[in-house]
Design a protein around this ligand. Structure first.
Ligand SMILES: Cc1cc2nc3c(=O)[nH]c(=O)nc-3n(C[C@H](O)[C@H](O)[C@H](O)COP(=O)(O)OP(=O)(O)OC[C@H]3O[C@@H](n4cnc5c(N)ncnc54)[C@H](O)[C@@H]3O)c2cc1C
Ligand SMILES: NC(=O)c1ccc[n+]([C@@H]2O[C@H](COP(=O)([O-])OP(=O)(O)OC[C@H]3O[C@@H](n4cnc5c(N)ncnc54)[C@H](O)[C@@H]3O)[C@@H](O)[C@H]2O)c1
Length: 479
């Protein structure tokens, strides 16, 4: 077995690992990046980018369907499945290509291909061919879709995960989507809008990680309006039939069956830790058995090992994985003089229809903290610009601290939530009070005026401002 001595080894060339590699390189040239599969990242190959390409096609179809609302008639959208998938794969391959080019431009001596596996805290074996002696290691091995073995045993290749969807040459005729989390909702809604017969099967009434009971209920109702959705499917059963799968479930005490061409499993992800032989490093764990990782340094306990990205499952989103990678790589490089990096405020966006956002502390977290907080809200059904665009569905709830008037967080379902979410996250990270946020300019007529309505109501609820005008007065008194 060949031996390689380095200061820093990075396991996984995804977004976290690539950022860790670059950050470590600022401190030492003795760095190696180990990857077991293809370069290109989960984000570009099978995650953020291809899913948003599919959603972009779905939005185009939805806009055609909405056109008659404005007196514009072009007929039903004709969906060319092979063309939808061709564009998706073409653009996806372009994004992947940029990533692959970037990695392959790094020195060959810094790159190893193969599956990494610990022998001890300073030794990593790669496919039992190379032994890497590393001063420090960054684990950035990501996650993969959870796929119950008994479901695979029952229906074999008819059971798909998100990775499979983006390889389709054409859209399927029908699909059961299991799991009403972010991936399930985004893909179910997009494929439904593209003419696929979809049924979304959730097992609890909770959707998209929303915890505010009012926003969650609004999400549940809108999802029911938008696509065939069962919010309490119990005792799922799968049986292979001639042209697909017969899916059975219990719903409100009754047994229901429906046949689909495929089943998409979107029930969460599991960390890629199993191949790493973690027992060899005896990792410190918390009371729940999770790896004990310091969020501000990414260090694993007091070991010379750092953990970054989805593998830790704390905040499995792209910008957090990139931040983790930078922090872990920098600290692995500068070891033992570690630096703590304050983290950005929480911002989650689901590209559902309408979009969903959670900023800062969600409703359930504030309640769990026992903090005295007040709420303000806007229902988008009556908001001026949202009505102009005929996209007036959803609810925004904003939270503020009763003692200080500080803005604390928000949950939202509604039009352009991705942009309002950013405004709110930036305000939160700057430590603004609700009053200070209301000092900012609001143009007319824009969706942000809806945010202003919610903030005014919040200020009133905090007993720090006057009662807002009753409704729909963005161009009248109270504007
Ligand atoms: C369908 C989908 C849609 C998403 N959409 C969004 C979105 O819109 N916005 C957003 O912010 N986030 C989104 N995400 C989440 C985002 O993609 C992830 O947070 C991010 O890609 C995680 O990056 P990572 O570096 O941790 O993992 P990865 O990119 O998965 O990298 C891990 C790497 O480690 C390698 N590896 C694993 N084990 C080993 C081993 N033993 N030895 C060597 N190498 C190993 C893997 O092959 C892989 O290349 C989405 C995810 C999915 C699945
Ligand atoms: N827009 C985005 O930022 C975006 C998009 C996609 C994915 N992601 C990231 O990827 C992560 C993983 O997404 P995900 O959708 O796989 O996980 P998730 O945790 O969001 O959702 C999984 C859902 O499956 C349900 N579920 C679990 N077991 C089930 C079962 N046996 N039967 C029926 N339902 C079951 C859960 O209750 C949950 O609602 C997300 O947490 C998110 O961080 C982000």
């Amino acid at each position: 077995m060949r031996t390689l001595e380095v200061d820093v080894a990075v396991i996984g060339a995804g977004t976290a690992g690539m950022n860790a590699y670059r950050a470590a390189l600022a401190h030492t040239d003795r760095v190696v990046l180990i990857e077991s599969a293809l370069y290109g990242t989960t984000c570009a190959r099978v995650g953020c980018m291809p899913s948003k390409l599919l959603i972009a096609a779905a939005e185009a179809a939805a806009n055609v369907r909405l056109a008659p609302t404005f007196g514009v008639h072009g007929g039903d959208p004709a969906i060319d499945g092979p063309a939808v998938m061709r564009r998706l794969r073409h653009e996806r391959d372009r994004f992947v290509g940029f990533v692959v080019d970037a990695v392959e431009a790094w020195p060959e001596a810094h790159r190893l291909r193969g599956t990494a596996c610990f022998a001890d805290r300073h030794t990593i074996r790669v496919d039992d061919q190379i032994e890497v002696r590393a001063g420090r290691t960054v684990i950035a091995s990501g996650s993969r879709p959870r796929k119950p073995a008994e479901w695979s045993a029952a229906i074999g290749e008819r059971l798909l995960v998100n990775d499979d969807v983006f390889e389709w040459q054409d859209l399927p005729s029908s699909l059961a989507v299991i799991g009403a989390g972010v991936i399930g909702i985004e893909l179910a809604q997009a494929l439904h809008a593209l003419g696929v017969r979809v049924r979304l099967l959730g097992r609890s009434k909770r959707l998209l990680h929303l915890t505010d009971p009012q926003v969650a209920e609004c999400a549940r109702q809108l999802t029911h309006q938008h696509l065939p959705y069962v919010d309490d499917a119990q005792h799922l059963q799968f049986q292979q039939v001639a042209d697909g799968v017969r899916v059975g479930w219990m719903q409100g005490g009754a047994q229901v069956h429906e046949e689909f061409e495929y089943v998409l499993c979107a029930i969460g992800r599991e960390s890629n830790l199993d191949a790493l032989n973690l027992q060899a490093i005896d990792p410190p764990r918390d009371a729940q058995g999770r790896l004990l990782v310091d969020r501000d340094t990414c260090q694993l306990g007091d070991t010379p090992i750092f953990v970054a990205g989805d593998v830790h499952a704390l905040t499995p989103i792209l910008h957090e994985a990139a931040d983790d990678g930078r922090i872990a790589g920098e600290n692995a490089g500068r070891w033992p003089d570690l630096r703590a990096h304050p983290r950005r405020v929480r911002l989650n966006i689901a590209f559902s229809d309408p979009q969903a956002v959670i900023v800062g502390d969600g409703y359930a977290e504030l309640q769990a903290k026992g903090q005295a907080f007040a709420c303000g809200a806007v229902n988008w059904s009556d908001q001026g610009r949202a009505r102009v665009m005929a996209r007036n569905a959803g609810l925004l709830r904003v939270y503020g601290d009763c003692a200080s008037g500080l803005f604390l967080g928000a949950e939202m379902l509604g039009p352009n939530a991705e942009h309002i979410g950013h405004l709110l996250a930036w305000s939160l990270q700057q430590g603004l009070t609700v009053e200070r946020m209301l000092d900012m300019p609001f143009y007319h007529p824009v969706l942000e005026e809806g945010l202003r309505t919610a903030l005014r109501e919040l200020l009133r609820e905090l007993r720090m401002g006057p009662a807002p005008a009753r409704r729909g007065l963005d161009c009248g008194p109270g504007a």
